[in-house]
Design a protein around this ligand. Structure first.
Ligand code: HAM
Length: 427
């Protein structure tokens, strides 16, 4: 017996039963983004490996351990995108979109990280990614956070909390880094091996460590927000004042450093207590240095990405799934001629009532079975087509919901008018 082929570990199918929530989340996000003036772009899923190494940073978990990298048939080292920001920035540079432009962009799609799969953490996962390029902020930082808060409101999510921090400028961070390196050197032997390795490359990453013994050392480490440069401190103060003015609650988490290297100044994360260990549902921040570092004109930028799987889960936990749409008309038929006519009449109804759901029962079955399926479909009206009735030039209509479910016969020529009447009466 042949062995069934299983999906790749950490990659899951989204089946029909779940797709309604997915589409609801995606459509709501698309509508909110359009309303805030953000335009969608689409960038490739595969990029040169070098792009992610340079953008995300050599000493990050993502680049060190999690990338799906392969050599293609032409000998190029390519990588399935682990995130979207690097690709969006690359697209802006390669398409000559910068040059002082102000771009509000978003994109969505699958990302790939070879992480240890667990609830809420996948190797293929989806993000809605939003980038504001050419804005120094902090007004646009505030707008992005307000946009995400509005999305939670529209999706009915309450179990999300905002954490913010400022990483300062690269110069301020360099000075802080030295302080931090000196501090961690004093505790070198007690650090976990990963953190020991990162100490010289990027000690800020150690603040991110999930290892309990290292976290205990991190708890007493110097705090970045105490060492911000004056401009970043003012930027951060304005960010907080702006959020206060909009009534958006937050906590300042001085340990929030984010797992990617390109950030400066504002960083933020929406976290939830509803999903266990994978608590970040939406994260981002400012990356003022990245575009110049990637070879583009120096351009400030800020953005965030939300994990669609996690948001979908939150919508389900909140009981805010949209109701699956039911068809309006269920067309059933018995007999060869009737079957053909059923398809024609269904097309006629679709022409007459664009946007209405008209489902045809395909495949022969007894009327009793077809009625059961019509009922299960949630349709409001059944159109019944039989060979004998057709021979007399009539078809039958039967309301499936409500008090009066009397079946009535009508000339085929009157069908559209009768269905129209039914819709007018019942909506
Ligand atoms: P990130 O924090 O790596 O940031 O990912 C953003 C979000 O993607 C997370 O908050 C989480 O909801 C989701 N996510 C990340 N990894 C997984 C996973 N393995 N399984 C399921 N969901 C996951 C970025 O990717 C940045 N590019 C965000 C950004 C945009 N910063 C500026 N612009």
């Amino acid at each position: 017996m042949s062995r069934n082929i299983q999906p790749v570990t950490g990659m899951k199918d989204v089946l029909q039963a779940e797709i309604g929530v997915w589409q609801h989340v995606e459509r709501t996000a698309a509508a909110v983004l359009a309303a805030y003036g953000y335009g969608e772009i689409r960038v490739p899923v595969v990029e040169h490996t070098e792009l992610f190494k340079r953008a995300i940073g050599e000493y990050t978990d993502v680049v060190e351990k999690e990338m799906y990298t392969f050599t293609d048939l032409g000998g190029d080292s390519l990588t399935l995108r682990p995130e979207a920001t690097a690709g969006v920035v690359r697209a802006c540079i390669s398409n000559g979109l910068l040059r002082g432009a102000r771009l509000k962009l978003w994109c969505q799609g699958p990302m790939f990280r070879h992480e240890k799969p667990q609830k809420g953490r996948y190797r293929q996962f989806n993000q809605v990614d939003v980038e504001a390029i050419g804005f120094a902020g902090p007004d646009v930082d505030i707008e992005l956070i307000a946009l995400s808060a509005r999305l939670w409101k529209l999706l009915g999510l309450t179990r999300v909390k905002l954490q913010i921090n400022s990483l300062g400028t690269p110069e301020a961070r360099r000075a802080y880094r030295e302080l931090l390196t000196a501090y961690f050197r004093g505790h070198f032997a007690a650090l976990d091996p990963d953190s020991q390795r990162r100490l010289e490359g990027n000690p800020l990453r150690i603040l991110d460590s999930k290892v309990a013994s290292t976290q205990a050392i991190v708890a007493n480490a110097p705090v970045l927000t105490d060492h911000l440069d004056p401009e970043s401190a003012a930027h951060f103060a304005e960010l907080r004042a702006g959020l206060d003015a909009l009534g958006i609650a937050y906590t300042v988490n001085p340990r929030l450093v984010r797992g990617l290297d390109y950030y400066s100044r504002t960083v933020f994360e929406w976290i939830t207590d509803a999903l266990g260990a994978q608590d970040a549902v939406c994260s981002g921040g400012r990356y003022d240095g990245l575009i110049a570092q990637m070879g583009g004109d120096a351009t400030p930028a800020v953005g965030f990405a939300m994990g669609v799987e996690r948001i979908v889960e939150l919508v389900k936990i909140a009981g805010m799934e949209p109701k699956a749409p039911s068809p309006d008309v269920f067309v059933m038929a018995q007999g060869d001629t009737a079957q053909r006519s059923a398809l024609q009449l269904a097309e006629q109804l679709r022409d007459a009532f664009p946007g209405r759901g008209v489902v045809v029962h395909c495949g022969q079955a007894k009327f009793k079975t077809q009625f059961r399926r019509a009922d299960e479909s949630g349709a409001r009206l059944a159109l019944i087509v039989g060979d004998d009735e057709l021979a007399r030039g009539v078809v039958a209509l039967k309301p499936l919901r409500g008090a009066d479910t009397t079946q009535t016969e009508h000339p085929v020529a009157d069908l559209t008018a009768r269905v129209d009447e039914f819709f007018r009466r019942s909506t």
